[in-house]
Design a protein around this ligand. Structure first.
Ligand code: ATP
Ligand code: MG
Length: 699
């Protein structure tokens, strides 16, 4: 059973940025460094394009939509290039007027309206000549006040302003080109990042599974399957999100903010400084958010872990809950945990709910200030309208990264927690194995005073010693939980005994290369596991050399050919995951065929404990008989009928070998074996099938 503490690991949460973890993550990034570098370059390009867009608008407003000439009242020409209009007025190009003079004139109230000037030989001169009442002729050309333009027809106005219309067209085309470029760059960036992210995920999943394949059984016993699955899927995906949605974009955001500030200072340093006053409150807000968001996140994760643990425990124990009518109690306990999680989530939502809108309020405050001060600047002529419009866009661009920050922070936080868990798994020690090769096998087994506990000092085997000679057939019997399957687990090196030695052909298995040892032994396990795939694949497993004919021969040798033939599609019958479509007996027969196909010198049978009908039982017996011929056999027998043909019987009780001898000897002794024998054969009324009838059989 996986108790609650198994899930508590989910609560261990690190920081949002942990240098040690980042440097380990970097190992996966390095092979994709080219992709990331390209994405960074694209980020630079995107930033430039984004920065340019408002600037184009500004240009359009200032140099096309605004008439460039203004009239000023003055005794002398304010600048040499001024065009005299008569009556103490001069026409000057706004851009040519030094700022100081401009402000002086503004204060004196000497600035009058805007004018359009048509050079005498330029386009539109004809139209101007046609309206002497509106256009005044000056040394610089025809001049008309902005307000008077309304008296012309629309066509005439457009014709007069043809050069401006053309410039506008170019600007719009430029804008379109930039938008297209921005699209292409963004597409490239997203593609590169996703590509890199997918490859990183691919490598991480590969490493995780490869590592899990080498983990010792003692670790896998402790670890809930769901958690390992989560490592290779959800956790890896959380890290991917960090690569695809945070890393490059954080840099891009920083570039963008720096660029925006630089442009703002160039356009108008005073306004830029004004906006900078928002910096400190924004920093305070961000720090507040960071702390509260982290606390809220941890709290929520902790509550979620409790919820998961309780759910998993209750659902797997549902029969017991219902049997003992604990529904109401269980429901109340669940509701309490549910409520805790709900409240933690709400707290986290509130933190996020405050941060986003607070940023948006600040942004709008900044816009309001901008419109007040910037608008006054435009009215007083010290600030162009185009610059004000561009400023509003830039303010938005300045605040956008800040409001995105909360999402990015969340992603970073999850990614760090996920990588911490993944690396913890990858740091688990692999199953220890010796290196001595095992070229061939005679099939001799010896246990020398073996003591073993799955946990601490909870001894399951207490000083087991026995010897099995090559070619000998030995049965292991004993009550349930006496340690029979444990002996098999030790023989295959799944666990290490705490004391004593296990020898195979005289070699301590602790020194042997485990994969070679396992290849030379074959087991028919208590709970035959079938992989998804068809019957043939399940017999062959990974013995690729075995042809379909070889598989049939193995099946025939094991006496299961007949059974397979009766399946709906014979050898091609799909067994579905965990052999759901095959019965216990059929599964056992298949796993016998599997053992024959492996053709081992030493074979270990852990008889199925579930009931099979007497026909199947006979079939299994016959298959086993053939399998055992000419091999060393260690058979764990539940149905004592299995042991009629063995040379010797070992009787296990509570982790100790209590009796040993031939069936006849043991029966004559009238000890534990005799008692077990009596239970199965002497009193059919109590145990009609002569088989294990525990209410909750285990594997
Ligand atoms: P059965 O006849 O039911 O198959 P068995 O003799 O094969 O029983 P084992 O499976 O060897 O019994 O179990 C021996 C003891 O070790 C039992 O008390 C069992 O609960 C315990 N045990 C078995 N596997 C583990 C494990 N992976 N972790 C902890 N304890 C275990
Ligand atoms: Mg067992």
């Amino acid at each position: 059973m996986h108790s609650r503490h198994d899930y508590l690991e989910e609560e261990r949460l690190g920081k949002a940025l942990d240098i040690r973890l980042l440097s380990r993550l970097l190992r996966y990034v390095r092979p994709q460094a080219g992709l990331f570098l390209a994405a960074f370059l694209l980020a630079g390009g995107i930033t430039l394009v984004e920065l340019a867009l408002p600037y184009i608008t500004k240009t359009a407003i200032d140099s096309v939509l605004t008439l460039p000439w203004i009239a000023v009242r003055a005794a002398d020409p304010p600048i040499p290039e001024a065009i005299p209009l008569g009556e103490g007025r001069f026409l000057v190009k706004e851009g040519a007027l030094p700022q100081g003079i401009r402000e002086e004139l503004e204060r004196a109230g000497a600035v009058e309206g805007r004018y359009l000037l048509i050079p005498p030989d330029g386009p539109g001169a004809e139209i101007a000549a046609r309206h002497p009442d509106l256009f005044r002729t000056t040394p610089g050309g025809y001049v008309v006040a902005e307000g008077e333009l309304g008296k012309l027809s629309t066509d005439e106005r457009l014709a007069l302003r043809a050069p401006a219309v053309r410039t506008l067209l170019y600007l719009v085309l430029g804008l379109l080109a930039l938008l297209l470029l921005r699209f292409a760059l963004s597409y490239g960036q997203v593609y590169l990042l996703q590509y890199a992210g997918q490859r990183i995920m691919f490598a991480m999943r590969r490493d995780i599974f490869r590592h899990v394949l080498r983990l010792p059984m003692s670790f896998l016993d402790r670890e809930p399957v769901g958690r390992l699955v989560t490592r290779a899927t959800n956790d890896v995906a959380a890290i991917n999100e960090m690569y695809t949605q945070v890393v490059v974009y954080l840099v891009q955001d920083a570039l963008m903010m720096a660029g925006v500030l630089a442009i703002m200072f160039r356009l108008n340093a005073r306004l830029a400084l004004l906006l900078l006053t928002f910096g400190p409150p924004l920093l305070v807000l961000t720090f507040w958010f960071r702390k509260r968001a982290r606390d809220a996140y941890r709290e929520a994760r902790r509550k979620l872990a409790r919820l998961n643990a309780y759910l998993a425990e209750s659902i797997s124990g549902m029969p017991i809950i219902q049997l003992f009518r604990q529904e109401l109690r269980s429901f109340r306990a669940f509701q309490e945990i549910n409520q805790g999680y709900y409240q933690a989530q709400m707290r986290s939502i509130i933190v996020y709910g405050i941060f986003g809108p607070a940023i948006s309020v600040m942004r709008n405050l900044a816009l309001a200030l901008l419109i007040w001060f910037g608008g006054r600047g435009v009215l007083s002529g010290v600030f162009s309208l185009g610059a004000l419009v561009a400023f509003t866009s830039y303010v938005r661009m300045l605040f956008q990264p800040l409001s995105d920050l909360s999402d990015k922070y969340n992603i970073l936080q999850s990614a760090m927690a996920a990588s911490e868990r993944i690396f913890k798994l990858l740091d688990e020690k692999e199953e220890p194995t010796g290196s001595r090769p095992l070229a061939s096998l005679q099939g001799e087994i010896e246990f020398k005073d073996v003591w073993f506990a799955y946990r601490d000092e909870d001894w399951v085997l207490k000083g087991i010693s026995f010897h099995i000679a090559p070619g000998e057939r030995v049965a292991l019997v004993g009550p349930t939980g006496s340690g029979k399957s444990t002996i098999v687990n030790l023989l295959f090196g799944f666990y290490r005994p705490q004391r004593g030695k296990i020898l195979v052909d005289g070699n301590d298995i602790g020194e042997l290369d485990l994969s070679q040892l396992r290849r030379r032994l074959a087991v028919v396990p208590q709970d035959a596991f079938l992989f998804s795939g068809n019957v043939e694949e399940n017999i062959r497993l990974w013995e690729e050399k075995l042809s379909p004919d070889g598989v049939r021969q193995a099946a025939e040798a094991a006496g299961v050919h007949g059974m397979v033939k009766r399946l709906p599609e014979g050898y091609s019958t799909d067994v579905r995951e965990r052999g759901g479509r095959l019965s216990v007996g059929e599964r056992q027969l298949l796993s016998i065929a599997r053992a024959v196909a492996a053709d081992p010198k030493l074979i270990v049978l852990d008889e199925a404990t579930a009931n099979v009908d007497s026909h199947t039982e006979a079939q299994v017996q016959e298959a086993l008989e053939r399998l055992m011929a000419g091999r060393t056999v260690l058979a764990i027998a539940h149905r004592l009928s299995t042991i009629r043909n063995v040379d010797r019987v070992l009787v296990l009780s509570q982790g100790r070998l209590v009796e040993e001898g031939t069936v006849e000897e043991l029966l004559a002794r009238r000890g534990l074996f005799w008692a077990l024998w009596q239970l199965q054969f002497a009193s059919p009324a109590r145990n009609p099938e002569g088989a294990d009838r525990r209410p909750f059989p285990k594997g």
